[in-house]
Design a protein around this ligand. Structure first.
Ligand code: ADP
Ligand code: MG
Length: 393
């Protein structure tokens, strides 16, 4: 049984909260604050109850050393706006500066630690190295709260090792994520449809194995579709193709029930991601052009399939939604999910950002997960280190 923050008397305690605040930036501004908003219930809940809150998170991939381009400063500023009070940021993640800043936090107050990934030990594969960094983090706190769902699939010092060193609890976000995603692992209401897209193809490809066992139909768009199209003998021009996955795609097409994996039949192509696109059949992509979205026929087919579902999991935009001419497929899938009676879960940092950017309210969907990799691994039934550590007593 995982304990939650409601199981602890937190008044006066130093509570270290690991959050997922890895948000997209636009210069030194936060471009999409979805993950920051998702962290608010736990943070304000703890503050209201008189805890002394220490927020920690990572931003981007600074490569284990301090780099001002990856400072948490824009995140601290945005969190401050949302809380209606300035948020102090420590100069270092741990060490004397962090200790002094934490010591100064009053009951009901909050401080943010600088980027966890300024330290190589945070993501190290070496248990001792990670452990030493986790010791430093643990020193700052009386209680550890795991609320960064987007990182719970990582065996990182701030996610895993520190939980073993202090009394620990799940925050409200982790609790909500686990509750929602559990509906996709047991007693699934059918038909169960999965829509997969996006650009992190190699990272996500493993998921197909268990998804073809679990899902009735899998709708594939985005760059995820290209290895499958190539496996079918289609030429994809200059599209973003993860060539290393073609063999695996061919094997999946052999193993799947006929019709279970649905691919685009038309696509929007352009010579490069500028200007407007042209709709062509998926097997007629010009050699010098790239497919940047699913076409309108595919979008309509995917939408009507989704109407029949009772349960839907969607990860990965159907196209390069950031540019208006290639946002149609992603919009159509999102729109379909706001109708119908299915329980819908949307996962993936960019997918969540896409629905918000396209003007959909999060409340129009069953659940919008803040985790990309983490939600995919959860629904495959994998053990997530950050959750396993919370189970330990
Ligand atoms: P998520 O963060 O939701 O897991 P990914 O990170 O895998 O999703 O992919 C998101 C990115 O995929 C978006 O930035 C989008 O522009 C890109 N994308 C989707 N389809 C295509 C395509 N056909 N060609 C190039 N990029 C694409
Ligand atoms: Mg992404």
């Amino acid at each position: 049984m995982i304990k939650t923050i409601d199981d602890f008397a937190v008044e006066g305690l130093r509570v270290l909260v690991r959050t997922d605040l890895n948000v997209p930036l636009d210069g030194d501004r936060v471009a999409d604050d979805g993950r920051i908003r998702a962290s608010l219930p736990t943070l304000t809940g703890l503050m209201t109850r008189g805890a002394r809150v220490i927020v920690c998170a990572h931003l981007g991939r600074p490569g284990g050393k301090a780099d001002p381009r990856y400072s948490m400063a824009p995140v601290a500023a945005r969190l401050g706006e949302l809380l209606g009070r300035p948020v102090e940021l420590t100069a270092d993640t741990t060490g004397p500066a962090a200790c002094a800043a934490v010591a100064a936090v009053r009951r009901g107050g909050l401080v943010m630690l600088e980027n966890l990934r300024f330290n190589t030990a945070e993501t190290s594969k070496d248990d001792e190295q990670r452990g030493a960094f986790a010791d430093q983090l643990a020193e700052l706190a009386d209680l550890y709260v795991s609320d960064g769902f987007g990182a719970v699939h990582r065996k990182h010092a701030s996610v895993y090792d520190v939980a073993l060193r202090r009394p620990h609890a799940a925050g409200y976000l982790v609790q909500a994520e686990v509750d929602a995603l559990s509906r996709l692992t047991a007693n699934i209401r059918r038909p169960y449809l999965v829509a997969l897209g996006g650009a992190k193809v190699a990272d996500k490809f493993d998921a197909f194995d268990s998804l073809i066992a679990a899902a009735d139909r899998i709708l594939v768009g985005g760059a995820m579709a290209f290895p499958f199209l190539v496996a079918r003998g289609v030429k994809v021009g200059t599209s973003l193709l993860e060539a290393s996955q073609v063999a695996a795609a061919a094997e999946l097409l052999r193993r799947a029930v006929p019709g279970q994996i649905e691919l685009p039949s038309d696509v929007v192509v352009a010579p490069e991601p500028g200007g407007s696109g042209t709709v062509v059949a998926a097997d007629a992509i010009p050699v010098d052009q790239m497919a940047l979205d699913i076409g309108p026929q595919t979008a309509a087919r995917f939408a009507s399939a989704l109407f029949t579902a009772q349960t839907v999991f969607w990860n990965g935009p159907m196209g390069m939604f950031e540019r208006e001419p290639y946002a149609g497929g992603t919009w159509a899938v999102a729109q379909a999910l706001t109708h119908g009676e299915a329980f819908t879960v949307i996962g993936g940092g960019d997918t969540g950002a896409a629905i918000r950017a396209l003007g959909f309210a999060e409340g129009a969907f069953g659940y919008v997960s803040t985790g990309g990799g983490a939600s995919l691994e959860f629904i495959q039934g994998k053990t997530l280190p950050g959750l396993a550590a919370l189970e330990a007593s």
